[in-house]
Unconditional design. Sequence first.
Length: 250
Amino acid sequence: MTKQFRVICNWKMNKTISEAVGFVKKIPPLLAPTYIAVPFTALNAVASLDIPMLQIGAQNIYPQPEGAFTGEVSAPMVREAGAEFVIVGHSERRQIFSETSEFVNKKVKAAILHDLMPILCIGESALDRENGQAAEVLKTQLLESLKEIEPKTFKNLGIAYEPVWAIGTGKPSTAQSAQEVHFMLRNLIQEHWGEDEAQEVFILYGGSVSPDSVEELMKQPDIDGVLVGGASLNLQTYSKIIELVRGDLS
Ligand code: PGA
């Protein structure tokens, strides 16, 4: 089965509504599905532009559909605003907002229930790696975050391996070492869910992906796409990554 290499962008807390709309209007024609997770405030405006091949997503949701959760936003709310996918469990949420895998698991379930494709992020810290704990940490995050997730869901599920030490540092993991981790993650999915699920799920690499690193990453058999932060905020680097992934777009 050949899978299309996916580029998913995470804008984090960047771009006002007008900046987001202005950016999206300027992107070159897209030849294959491309994904941008925008801030909540810009979701509806950007999704309403209906750019062919561009799927818009959210960067977070709260697990409950509604209620007394001041400041939170739910899956049905982002869905109606135009989101087709949602990033859950990003390391910034795990670290800054103390989100546990158990809580992230509830978000994965809420996303599935409300027809949003979940992009589950997992990743080890520099300290985990130094202590030789990376594989164990990743396994725990993966299995706890995907607890009780049904096999049929894997067709429309992304897992982003984002080593914390590589995010925003300009120093991505080598393609070789990312491949080794992706291979391990795929095997875990095979062991816990099944062979088809391990093939259907797409496993993305994230952490300082740029036009310089994307080509090597693409060559790896278990890297099905990339999750791009900083480099997706700039029209030039964003377009370059898309161009390298899709071939010449001119
Ligand atoms: P980065 O961010 O590409 O800026 O390292 C990736 C991410 O945090 O999703």
